[in-house]
Design a protein around this ligand. Structure first.
Ligand SMILES: CC(=O)SCCNC(=O)CCNC(=O)[C@H](O)C(C)(C)COP(=O)(O)OP(=O)(O)OC[C@H]1O[C@@H](n2cnc3c(N)ncnc32)[C@H](O)[C@@H]1OP(=O)(O)O
Ligand SMILES: O=C([O-])CC(=O)C(=O)O
Length: 378
């Protein structure tokens, strides 16, 4: 392999690939705005439905716009009998991220506007995906436990409905609020890997479902959304706050990654971590189990002291979801249920001012040569 001669930004580090009006990630101030509104203010003062409306329309809804949005979403929650059958046929033990990726792909084929990539159709498809993804995640998860799906209840908010679909019941309001906050914080984050994947797929003229399938595939990786599950596996392995520092040192000794830490853009702290940590702490109080947050506090302090690396959103989200009662394999699918809002906003934006995304590569393989006959191959 020869050395590269051009200035290649491996991982596209520092490359500004396009403009966006959806969100602004500001590492210099550890802050993030959606359509101009600070994410922590949205998390404290709005519902996830209001934020979804904001991301898709550029403005927060008034009361009647919100009521219409909620009604539309609630009316689209039911899955088709064919999709239920497909979900029942998923291999036992399949990861819920693979299940939701496949379910979204199937929804693309049965969508009443399949093949229509116009903006109005894409917006209607986005609403159907937002509404149906929680039911598909929950049905697939329940199927692996031999449990029947729970019928959607249109009277519930998006966050309440998620719990209802997974567990068949809605927990106390503090738990629903913490979950709603997590959905708001996870909704959108500029040109992250899954969103950029969705925009690349869209740039070819492909449809929303294709872009979302690609986004889900990218989100599953442990360097991206899959880290929220990895964080909880890590905390479970440590098991006891007394072991946290010693455990971390062994990771350092092996030069291993510590999940839930570091970020491509934020180098001095993730804008969303303080809000998520506050609500994860609240969950610890509600459940009466301080162990996970105590371990988290020790790990974060040690990572900062020894490596100067801050936690990212997945770090407090992992224990928060555990304390809310979710099984670990559901954590990244919850991220999907939220990030569908950001992906769809970017798909609409990309389509509205599209140019095929197609970077160059510098060839470093074998020099040009002739094809040998079979008898002359080694
Ligand atoms: C919602 C989200 O998707 S947020 C991201 C979730 N992902 C994770 O939590 C996985 C763990 N974190 C990581 O793998 C990385 O920090 C990433 C992938 C998020 C960012 O990667 P990059 O921007 O390429 O990392 P960056 O170049 O800043 O790394 C600088 C140094 O810090 C180290 N580092 C970064 N993150 C970590 C970590 N979590 N654990 C240990 N070391 C780390 C790198 O190994 C590198 O060390 P080196 O200079 O000795 O090679
Ligand atoms: O921005 C990123 O690279 C990853 C991230 O935090 C997100 O997608 O929420």
């Amino acid at each position: 392999m020869s050395e590269s001669k051009t200035d290649i930004r491996k991982g596209l580090v520092g490359v500004v690939a396009d403009v966006t009006a959806v969100s602004k990630v500001m590492p210099e101030t550890n802050s993030l705005t959606y359509r101009g509104y600070p994410v922590q203010d949205l998390a404290e003062n709005c519902s996830f439905e209001e934020v979804a409306y904001l991301l898709w329309n550029g403005e927060l809804p008034n009361a009647s716009e919100l009521a219409d949005f909620r009604a539309e979403e609630a009316a689209e929650r039911a899955l088709s009998p064919a999709l239920h059958e497909v979900i029942r046929a998923f291999p036992h033990g399949a990861h819920p991220m693979d299940a939701i990726r496949t379910a979204v792909s199937f929804m693309g084929m049965e969508d009443p506007e399949a093949g229509d990539v116009s903006e109005p159709a894409t917006r209607r498809k986005a609403m159907r995906l937002l509404a149906k993804i929680p039911g598909a995640i929950a049905a697939a998860h329940r199927a692996t436990k031999g449990e029947a799906p729970v019928a959607a209840d249109p009277s519930l908010s998006f966050a309440e409905s998620f719990f209802h679909l997974v567990f068949g019941r809605v927990p106390q309001p503090e738990v629903v609020k913490a979950f709603d906050v997590s959905l708001i914080l996870y909704a959108e984050h500029g040109f992250n890997a899954s969103t950029f994947t969705a925009r690349t797929i869209t740039s070819t003229g492909a449809d929303l479902h294709g872009a979302v399938v690609g986004g889900i595939a990218a989100l599953k990786g442990p360097l991206h959304g899959g880290a929220n599950e990895a964080v909880m596996h890590m905390l479970s392995e440590i098991g006891d706050p007394a072991r946290a520092v010693e455990w971390l040192q062994s990771r350092f000794d092996h030069r291993a990654l510590v999940m839930g830490f570091g970020h491509r853009v934020y180098k001095n702290g993730d804008s969303r971590v303080p809000t998520m940590t506050k609500y994860a702490e609240r969950m610890a109080e509600v459940v009466g189990d301080r162990r996970w947050m105590e371990m988290s506090r020790l790990l974060a302090a040690e990572m900062l002291a020894k490596k100067n690396i801050h936690p990212n959103l997945d770090f407090p989200a992992g224990p928060a979801y555990h304390l809310m009662g979710f099984d670990i394999p559901l954590f990244t699918p919850i991220f999907v249920a939220s990030r569908i809002t950001g992906w769809a906003a970017h798909v609409i934006e990309q389509s509205a001012d599209n140019r095929l995304i197609r970077p160059l590569s510098e060839y470093t393989g074998a020099a040009q040569r002739s094809v040998p006959s079979m008898a002359h191959r080694g």
